[in-house]
Design a protein around this ligand. Sequence first.
Ligand code: TUI
Length: 311
Amino acid sequence: MNIQKLLNIKYPIFQGAMANIATAEFVAAVSNAGALGILATGSMTPDIAREEIKACKEKTDQPFGVNIMLMNPYSKEIIDIVCEEGVAVVTTGAGNPGPYIEQLKAHNIKVIPVIPSVALGKRMERLGVDAVIAEGGESGGHVGETTTMALLPQVVDALSIPVIAAGGIGDGRGMLAAEVLGASGIQIGTSLLVANECPIHENYKKIVLKAKDTDTIVTGRQANTPVRVYKNQMAKQYVSLESSLTDREELEKLTLGSLKKAVVLGDIKEGSFMIGQIAGMIKEEKSLQEILDTYMKDYTESKKKLLQGVL
Ligand code: TUI
């Protein structure tokens, strides 16, 4: 894996931009531990995004990224701020960043969109992005349909720029598998939720620690906003109402503020706990440094074993 050279980072690992969680303190801690911390601006206003970018700069001298969640109504203003503040890397998600790429590139910012399909990847490459993040539907949060195992090699074959793999990468073996499929790096989110430094409610961490492989569900498919979450009472109710309820407002009421209910209040019944399908692999709380070092160590050991024919 070799994305480190392009971005001047120690490990070929990006931290997924988790809304309401990946704020300055956490992002800087990730960057200080050797990966690429990425500020999640998905639920931020422009003023808060600027403050958080400034705070990241104060807390780390390492490169960090800013994620623009394109469903955020303030995304255009936040892109202006990112250009003014001169961040190193911008990732985008939940939409097509086409209209903003020229502006970001003119400010010397590395642009790395999340793509759920080969078609969007090709369009992004034509518009001059530096790399893409091919994210499979195993991820937590807003997801595409195709799995990482199917999406990644197809994107790698269709594009000439580096491809970062995201979705379903729960340890060093997954990291090696992504490399075999042609990835230049990986992005992880769910594994970092149980980091000591991760600023979420204890109940959120407990959910990740006790989750099994089958404990997630995708809500919002009917409304074209598919979001993978922990399968609690609220998620099951949402999915069953989706197929019968045509009243979008009723559904909105059900989910209003549910992400904050999870992250801040740890409301097990009514919170929207965004977690990926690898949650079942996560067994203990550790420091960020330990989590990242373990990924790298297991990746290196698995690679050695594979090359020696031991695996
Ligand atoms: O963005 C994410 N994951 C997210 S954002 C988020 S915040 C949120 N909160 C409440 C409701 C909804 C979202 C939580 N998780 N991942 C990156 C990602 N981007 N996954 C899939 C996509 C994507 C989908 C369609 C990217 C581009 C796209 O383009 C469609 C088009 O216009 O061609």
